[in-house]
Each structure stands twice: as structure tokens, then as C-alpha cells.
Ligand binder design. Structure first.
Ligand code: ZN
Length: 312
């Protein structure tokens, strides 16, 4: 059963992004050169426009075949890594991300008086695909095993960092970033935002924007308020320094259990899953233990993990 689903997802996850980018690249290259294929005296790009189109078709086919081979290789690596890291099941492969990101609006009941002009607050990304997003908060535990495990399993995730916890080891999070993880904003000191003035919130949020940009080289687009608590000032402050969206979460993962926001205690397409950088001192296991637990839940329910920043 699992294998069948794996294969189906794998096929479905097949094409779009990479090949489209490649194909777009080919088209752009052809346009930029006034279609070099037409001028080529000999070889496969031979003399006529029609032949140029034919060659373009072949290039696209080759790009598709190459991408398909890459996907196969990625899934083979995932099988090996799942065994090595003792996952109950091999994680499912996510479908290619959409060409255009979905329009994200406030979760009903989560709006402020600021209305739609402020960054949206949401717990689920609109999609029909059986995907969820993994987000890891704070930054207390800096376990090298997590980086290795996620790299080998090829599971995407996003980090939401508080400076007072990560500043003891920026290089750890730089390594994480180097492995494709986006570093997002979770304030300087993890304070309760609604208890602060607008100016204090700006300090907590915007100074963390500046800090992350300084040590990581990239200004965050996403912000998550500590404890998920915010008011209109929070969203105004965040917007004032470049925050585009405020993803909260629909479920929270621990090494030994899940906690759910929704009444049905289940996952739904596009749900954002929260967890934390914590170790044995804070909860009942290691970071790899937590990943094993949450991936078992996600895979058992037939979901794959996709990359939040591909959708938001
Ligand atoms: Zn937090």
C-alpha cells in the first residue's frame, strides 16, 4: 500500500518546476540570440526555423528526462536515509511547487482591525495537494545530527529564530541555511508581543530583521510572533520592516506526541506544523527522535513535506 502510494506521489510530483524553468531558460536563450539555432550552419540545430523548434523540443524532452532521473535519485537517497535514521516509513516525495504562489489571506477569526492591508496571519496554506510544512522555532538546541538527518532525508523545513537563543552559535544556523533552509524572524527576545508598545514591538521584530540580515545575509520575509500571540501593532511593526506574511501553525510536534489546533485532531492539505529546536533537557527525546515521530504521523496520513517558502 505504502509503496503504491509512494509511486503515485512520485509520478504526480514529477514535472513542472525544474523543467519549466529549464524550458523557459531555453526560450529566453533562443530569443536573446535571435534564435541561434537558425544560424547554426550544421549539426542538430540545422538551418531552418522548424528545425530550431524541433531542437527546442528535444532539449525540453532531455530536460524533462534529466529532471525525472533526478527525482528518482532523490527518492532512492531517501529510502537509504530512512533506513539509516530508523524512520518507520520512507517519507513521501512532495509534488513540484506551483508556478505561482497561492494568494494567502487571514485565517477567519485571526484578523485584526488593520484588515487586509497587513501581512496575513494563517495556519494552513491554500493547496489541494497532500502536503504539509515543517517549521522549527526558537533555536535553543543546536544538534548537528538534525542538519545531517534532514539533508540525507531531503526533508525541507523552515526556521523561525529568536536572537537571544541563536546568538551563541550563528555558524550552526548558517550551516542550516547553506543546506537550503530559510531563516525567518521570531523576535530578538521572545517576549509576549501584545504586552509591548508599538515601539517595543518594532524593536523586537525589526531589530531581529536587521540582525538576521547582517549575520545570515538575507532579510526574512516571514515572521512568527512568540506563542502565536499578536495584535494589530505587531502586524504593523512587522510590515514596516519587510515582513510579508505571518505563518502560525495547525499542529505542534513533540518527540512523543502531537498537539492539534483543529477539532478533528488531523492533518489537512497545506497545514503548517510547528516544532522547536529542543533537546533532552526540554522534552522527551532528541531532535532526531522528534523528526522520527512527526514524520511517522505525516507519512502514515499520506502527506509529504513541502517547502513553505515555495508557497508563501
Ligand atoms: Zn517560540
Amino acid at each position: 500500500m505504502q509503496l503504491v502510494r509512494q509511486k503515485e506521489d512520485f509520478r504526480r510530483g514529477g514535472m513542472p518546476k525544474a523543467p519549466l524553468v529549464l524550458v523557459a531558460g531555453l526560450v529566453v536563450a533562443a530569443l536573446a540570440s535571435g534564435c541561434a539555432a537558425e544560424d547554426a550552419p550544421t549539426g542538430r540545430h540545422g538551418g531552418k526555423a522548424a528545425a530550431g523548434a524541433q531542437a527546442y523540443g528535444n532539449d525540453a524532452a532531455r530536460a524533462l528526462a534529466g529532471y525525472s532521473a533526478q527525482l528518482k535519485e532523490a527518492q532512492a537517497a531517501r529510502v537509504t536515509a530512512a533506513k539509516k535514521w530508523k524512520l518507520a516509513k520512507v517519507p513521501l516525495a512532495a509534488p513540484a511547487p506551483p508556478a505561482a504562489k497561492p494568494k494567502i489571506t487571514n485565517r477567519p477569526g485571526f484578523e485584526t482591525d488593520g484588515g487586509d492591508s497587513l501581512p496575513p496571519v494563517f495556519t494552513t496554506v491554500p493547496t489541494k495537494d497532500r502536503i504539509v510544512f515543517l517549521t522549527i522555532d526558537d533555536g535553543a538546541e543546536k544538534d548537528p545530527a538534525l542538519l545531517q538527518m534532514m539533508r540525507e532525508l531531503r526533508i525541507p523545513y523552515s526556521a523561525f529564530l529568536s536572537d537571544y537563543l541563536v546568538r551563541t552559535d550563528y555558524p550552526y544556523f548558517k550551516r542550516m541555511q547553506g543546506l537550503g533552509v530559510t531563516l525567518n524572524n521570531h523576535t530578538l527576545n521572545h517576549r509576549y508581543m501584545p504586552g509591548l508598545s508599538y515601539e517595543e514591538q518594532r524593536h523586537e521584530i525589526c531589530d531581529q530583521q536587521d540582525k538576521i540580515e547582517k549575520w545570515a545575509g538575507k532579510r526574512p520575509r516571514l515572521f512568527r510572533p512568540p506563542y502565536g500571540n499578536y495584535n494589530e501593532d505587531t502586524l504593523r511593526a512587522a510590515q514596516s520592516c519587510g515582513v510579508k506574511a505571518v505563518p502560525l501553525w495547525a499542529a505542534e510536534a513533540f518527540p512523543d506526541h502531537m498537539e492539534w489546533r483543529e477539532w478533528d485532531r488531523d492533518l489537512h492539505p497545506g497545514d503548517i506544523v510547528l516544532t522547536h529546536f529542543r533537546g533532552r533537557g526540554d522534552w522527551k527525546g532528541t531532535m532526531p527522535d522528534m523528526i522520527r515521530q512527526v514524520m511517522k504521523v505525516i507519512t502514515d496520513k499520506g502527506y509529504a513535506v513541502a517547502r513553505l517558502e515555495d508557497y508563501v
